[in-house]
Design a protein around this ligand. Structure first.
Ligand SMILES: Nc1ncnc2c1ncn2[C@@H]1O[C@H](COP(=O)(O)OP(=O)(O)OP(=O)(O)O)[C@@H](O)[C@H]1O
Length: 216
């Protein structure tokens, strides 16, 4: 799955963006399949906006987001749903944990979406143990801490097949040890699928051997 940007500019940020230079906005960008890609930007400059455009849940932009050379908007709802099940996974900044479900149910919901689940239930337990959330798997989403939610959201994103993983500040609620554990797991899972990722963050970091860096 190829993702490209063609002179993408968010309508609400148009004036601000056109006053400065950016390595993402208002220019052609091709994300190389399989590459580990970091997009760095200060708070409030559009990281979450970009992630929502890449996952096609917001479309208030000029220019285009191209998926396999076709604008997102030209795909049918079924085709988009299929791509979100098989080809592109996401970790939102606001995590989107269903509070009426347990942590494990949040993960299972995604795991069994494919008739042939990509991950076994056993594998979920292994990932939970690696990220130190085994003890909260049966706890209500409502009562999870933000750090626990973030780790559950990471596991949930990793139980499906994907060619691209899109992550919006995925370690923002984690201490150093848990962030490193999560990064290691994400890196392994991407390599196992020969998948790439696009990660947004505020600062420089050395958690991954990034193939590409962009300033938003
Ligand atoms: N739907 C919208 N309509 C108008 N303005 C918006 C909309 N969504 C976000 N903004 C504004 O766009 C700017 C960028 O927001 P965004 O959430 O993308 O930034 P961010 O880089 O992810 O920030 P943070 O690091 O604080 O999470 C902010 O000034 C925000 O107030």
């Amino acid at each position: 799955m190829q993702i490209q940007l063609d002179n993408l500019v968010p309508v609400p940020l148009r004036d601000k963006i056109l006053q400065r230079s950016s390595e993402i906005w208002n220019r052609p960008v091709t994300f190389t399949p399989g590459s580990f890609t970091k997009i760095k930007a200060p708070s409030g400059t559009g990281k979450t906006t970009l992630v929502h455009y890449l996952y096609h849940i917001r479309t208030d932009y000029t220019g285009q987001v191209l998926v396999n050379s076709k604008p997102w908007g030209t795909y049918s709802k079924d085709a988009i749903a299929g791509m979100r099940q098989e080809q592109v996974s996401v970790i939102f900044q606001d995590l989107r944990i269903f509070e009426q479900l347990t942590a494990l149910e949040n993960i299972e919901l995604k795991r069994v979406m494919n008739a042939q689940p990509y991950c076994s239930a056993e594998k979920v337990k292994e990932m939970a143990a690696r990220l130190n959330v085994t003890h909260v798997l049966n706890q209500s989403g409502r009562t999870l801490s933000y750090g626990e939610r973030q780790r559950v959201a990471i596991i949930r994103a990793l139980v499906q097949p994907f060619q691209w993983l899109i992550m919006d500040e995925p370690f923002s609620h984690l201490d150093e040890d848990n962030a490193n554990r999560a990064a290691q797991l994400i890196g392994e899972e991407c390599k196992a699928r020969k998948a790439g990722f696009i990660l947004t963050d505020l600062d420089n970091d050395t958690r991954f051997a990034y193939d590409s860096h962009y300033n938003l």
